[in-house]
Ligand binder design. Sequence first.
Ligand SMILES: CC(C)(COP(=O)(O)OP(=O)(O)OC[C@H]1O[C@@H](n2cnc3c(N)ncnc32)[C@H](O)[C@@H]1O)[C@@H](O)C(=O)NCCC(=O)NCCS
Ligand SMILES: Nc1ncnc2c1ncn2[C@@H]1O[C@H](COP(=O)(O)OP(=O)(O)OP(=O)(O)O)[C@@H](O)[C@H]1O
Length: 223
Amino acid sequence: MKGIHVVGLTGQTGAGKSTVSSLFRARGIKVIDCDQVSRDVVSGEKSCLADLALEFSIAILNMDGTLNRKKLASIVFGNPQKLSKLNELIFPHIRAEINRRVKELAKQGVPLVVLDAPTLFESGADADCELIISVLAPEAERLNRIVVRDHLTDQEARSRMASQHDDAFYSSRSQLVIMNDGDPELLHIKTLETIDLLERALRELNASEQTQDGSASDPEGAI
Ligand SMILES: CC(C)(COP(=O)(O)OP(=O)(O)OC[C@H]1O[C@@H](n2cnc3c(N)ncnc32)[C@H](O)[C@@H]1O)[C@@H](O)C(=O)NCCC(=O)NCCS
Ligand SMILES: Nc1ncnc2c1ncn2[C@@H]1O[C@H](COP(=O)(O)OP(=O)(O)OP(=O)(O)O)[C@@H](O)[C@H]1O
């Protein structure tokens, strides 16, 4: 997008994207949490919750009219057709909200934004990214992490994981990969190295854009 660099951060559930995102934020980099966007688009004025209830029945609603996330998860994870119907209904709203937030940041003069998006490719948001980083981790570790973090049963965690692509899918579509197969301290170090690579790549991109524009290049320019 004009005036702002957009970088995608993706990977399977439990791989460590949110942990990496928090380290990006600590370095002053703006991050859009797309799991949070997916929560925002089912509440508020322009909510698509009614469309979801029409498709999946009012059983997906809590007594107070909000989305029963556990119920919807139990319907879609493990059923590819239903998951694809959910994606079809919710992705346009998620994409529109992401674009709105990116434009807002560009208007504020923010030079770089990272989209933390587990379904970056499925939603088509990868098309808006100049560079994509995937966080990967061994399957058994991801399973353990999400069972503990999300209080899922082993079966619930496995169906969620089975709804996603394998490592090769992510690594073949990413310019940078962070393998989160060690302790959190190692992830911290790898993330800082990745931020350095990212900053260098974006400086080069800035310089080549300026050369094409005919304007002076600024090798130390902010990303
Ligand atoms: C099905 C829902 C209600 C389950 O909610 P729940 O609170 O249990 O999970 P949460 O939203 O926190 O997602 C946790 C993880 O599940 C995985 N996941 C979520 N949606 C999807 C999907 N459509 N396809 C594959 N994996 C998914 C991601 O790794 C995500 O980080 C929710 O995940 C949802 O609305 N998903 C569709 C929107 C979406 O793709 N969100 C991701 C942001 S782009
Ligand atoms: N290297 C690690 N060692 C131990 N625990 C870790 C490590 N990396 C992340 N975790 C923990 O694993 C859980 C999953 O990590 P995180 O939330 O960052 O994954 P995610 O990729 O954002 O997952 P999701 O797509 O499901 O939201 C978290 O509780 C996090 O604290």
